[in-house]
Design a protein around this ligand. Structure first.
Ligand code: ZN
Length: 290
């Protein structure tokens, strides 16, 4: 008769128990039940002129990426209140230029914010100082973005893809992030330029996305063909002002995107642009018009 040691029996029992545990729990925590109301996710490219501000909206939860210039701060907070915002699950200040953080002081004072994400770089401006003062006064939790960090908004997940500190170029300090919602994805780029695009591609992190928030208002210093080909967006969204002095978006950027077959939406022509993602993988775009 073959003898089976007690140790082997104990090991087998342990494996069986583990298999049973994994069968029931799948190695993941139990998933949340789906929220009520169908649960579309809206990505709203708000018309804030030659600047950028993007609202994420999902089942009564909200998040904001950038806040436009200070001159449109009042209009922005009014717009957000109209959308139903009282509290923001997270806010990202992609980089400390006035066309991205000008409205932040007003946003911080008007709404409760769970976590405020900003790169670890200062800008010697009154706008930056006002933003930091408001954060300190309201005791808002501030997080430095780290690639791989995930912020959730209901069923949607936003992953930090890249953030480097290059004091010579605040644009290249931009927080780059990717939102996933079911099978759909959106890439947010701030004002990153071609150097960051190349560095991000080298990391091998996933950039392919259904929708692209075109970097730096469509400037020619961003959106290399290599990067756009890696993202391969079906639709591209550009925040820029009517007849702006930078000539954003650059004709080359538009030509590249058109050549790839991407639909282009731009706030200078379309006004506020609302990208609506459905949990079933379908999407729709609504524009307010000018
Ligand atoms: Zn900008």
């Amino acid at each position: 008769m073959k003898r089976v040691s007690a140790a082997a029996i104990a090991a087998f029992a342990l494996l069986a128990a583990l298999a049973l545990f994994l069968y029931f729990y799948g190695g993941n925590p139990p998933s949340q039940s789906p929220p009520p109301g169908g649960g579309a996710l809206e990505v709203v490219f708000i018309d804030v002129g030659q600047a950028e501000s993007i609202l994420l909206k999902h089942n009564g939860r909200y998040a904001l990426i950038d806040a436009g210039e200070s001159k449109t701060a009042k209009a922005l907070t009014g717009f957000l209140k109209n959308e139903g915002v009282e509290r923001l699950d997270f806010v990202i200040a992609t980089h400390p230029h006035s066309d991205h953080i000008g409205g932040m002081e007003a946003v911080i004072r008007a709404f409760d914010i769970d976590v405020f994400i900003m790169p670890d770089i200062e800008n010697d401006t009154k706008t930056f100082e006002n933003m930091v003062d408001a954060l300190l006064e309201k005791d808002v939790r501030v997080a430095i973005p780290v690639p791989g960090d995930v912020y959730t908004l209901g069923e949607a997940e936003l992953t930090i893809l890249f953030n480097q500190i290059t004091p010579k170029s605040l644009n290249n300090c931009s927080v780059v992030s990717r939102l996933t919602f079911g099978a759909l994805s959106v890439l947010f780029t701030g004002d990153m330029e071609s150097e960051v695009e190349a560095a991000l591609l080298l990391t091998g992190r996933p950039v392919r996305s259904d929708f692209l928030n075109v970097a730096h208002h469509g400037s020619s210093t961003s959106s290399t063909q290599e990067f756009l080909s890696a993202v391969a967006p079906g639709a591209a969204f550009i925040s820029c002002g009517v007849s702006n002095s930078y000539n954003h978006p650059h004709v080359n950027t538009i030509t590249k995107l058109t050549g790839m077959g991407a639909a282009i939406y731009r706030t200078d022509e379309d006004g506020t642009v609302r990208l609506i993602l459905s949990p079933d993988g379908k999407y729709d775009v609504e524009v307010s018009g000018k």
